[in-house]
Design a protein around this ligand. Structure first.
Ligand SMILES: [Zn+2]
Length: 209
């Protein structure tokens, strides 16, 4: 289970939330900090909005990119990130939802039906339908954030491969980043461009001889 920090959840939390009061964290069992449901719903909506953008995007705009493989071999592989995201979003959702939730998810989120059509199709009343929509958003928000080994959220990590390395408060700065010392100036190698070899003036011209 991944850890959650306040600096991450506070940007996603609903400021009017009565559970977390805009902090995004709440105390769970054994005094552990858990993400608030408003944060999980925000994560789901961010991922869902990207899914919708990519689903309607013209296919000629997508491109294959060369990426570094995450395996220990560190090979570079070709990939189509947009299509991979669409497939991951669909398959991860299907795997983690039960049959009734998947029905609601498919009609309401994937096919874009309104709540009246969903309720009549799935034989649900309005209250139960929206309770289920909230539950799906919370469930998938947590899954998208905690999925191993490659979570769907944050999106920049998924699409651009930036890694989130936690910085310890007591960790000294690396030597390479430290300011250079004044007493030991850096040794500078002078640039010596190649020059053309000049013929000495006193030698006679061979062609003329
Ligand atoms: Zn909240």
């Amino acid at each position: 289970m991944k850890t959650w920090s306040r600096s991450e959840t506070i940007a996603l939390a609903n400021q009017q939330c009565t559970s977390c009061h805009g902090i995004g964290l709440r105390v769970g069992r054994k005094c552990s900090l858990k993400p608030c449901n408003c944060v999980l719903r925000a994560i789901f909506r961010i991922c869902y909005n990207r899914y919708r953008e990519l689903a309607v995007k013209e296919k000629y705009l997508t491109k294959a990119t060369l990426e570094m493989s995450a395996s220990h071999h560190r090979r570079t592989v070709w990939g189509r990130r947009d299509e991979e995201y669409l497939a991951d979003f669909y398959l991860v959702s299907k795997r983690h939802l039960n049959e009734i939730e998947w029905g609601v998810f498919r009609y309401y989120f994937l096919l874009g039906a309104d709540w009246k059509l969903c309720c009549s199709r799935l034989s649900l009343d309005r209250g139960n339908f929206f309770h289920m929509v909230y539950r799906i958003e919370q469930k998938l928000g947590l899954v998208f954030r905690e999925l191993e080994p490659f979570p769907l959220f944050p999106l920049d990590e998924y699409f651009y491969g930036t890694t989130r390395t936690p910085v310890q408060a007591n960790t000294p700065r690396p030597v390479a980043e430290a300011r250079p010392s004044i007493s030991k100036p850096r040794r500078v190698t002078p640039i010596r461009p190649p020059v053309t070899e000049e013929k000495p003036a006193d030698l006679p011209d061979q062609k003329a001889a």
